[in-house]
Design a protein around this ligand. Sequence first.
Ligand code: ZN
Ligand code: ZN
Length: 248
Amino acid sequence: MKIVFLGTGTSTGVPQIACKCSTCTSLDPKDKRLRASVLVKVDNSQILIDCGPDFRSQMLNNNVEFLSAVLITHEHYDHISGLDDLRPFGEVNIFAEDRVCSVIKLNMPYCFSENLYPGVPTLKINGITDMCFEINSTNIQPIRILHAKLPIFGYRIANMAYLTDVKTIDENSYQLLKGLDVLILNALRMKEHIAHITLNEAIEIALKINAKRTFFIHFSHDIGKHEDVQKLLPQNMFLSYDNLEITI
Ligand SMILES: [Zn+2]
Ligand SMILES: [Zn+2]
């Protein structure tokens, strides 16, 4: 399995518009972060997790030629607003829980009306629950997590789990996160936030899950510069950066 980190930034991206802080003005390419998304290459499938406002650039930057499916974690703008740009890929299967499917349909009524406007993207929306499901022959296990009070999904695919926008994980979900080779987990910044875990909270959760390697994602500019923050992390934990590719 290969994972391509298409974007590793929070909802505003890094640099943040009009900000002159040292992270936003850094010349290190690792401090330029598009909105969070990964491409999972497994068993001849290419599965996208989340499809935010930078989706088009992410596909072009990484020469992606097809998508087997799109998994959506939740309905916030930075995770779904690129869906219209799926058009060049033809009919694409999208998997999300029912509440999220309704929001997508409400946001893009022109893609779901009875008489479709010519040229609109053909999105096939599939409602999921917390039960395991298959894409081609790959098993996908949704993992229930809380983003403030909003129940959202992370996804486990074989021995990799992608959890973004976590604030809380309950014991049932920890049970589904055993024996991971790779954990991908959000870590917004150092200072506390109502809906996201901090870097220290993320490290604590990562130690509890105890994957062989953990890669953090979904950073705000407040996290600081990649080079400085990476030095603070325990062994086998890494700040991800855009276009990083790992093999499991
Ligand atoms: Zn987000
Ligand atoms: Zn800044």
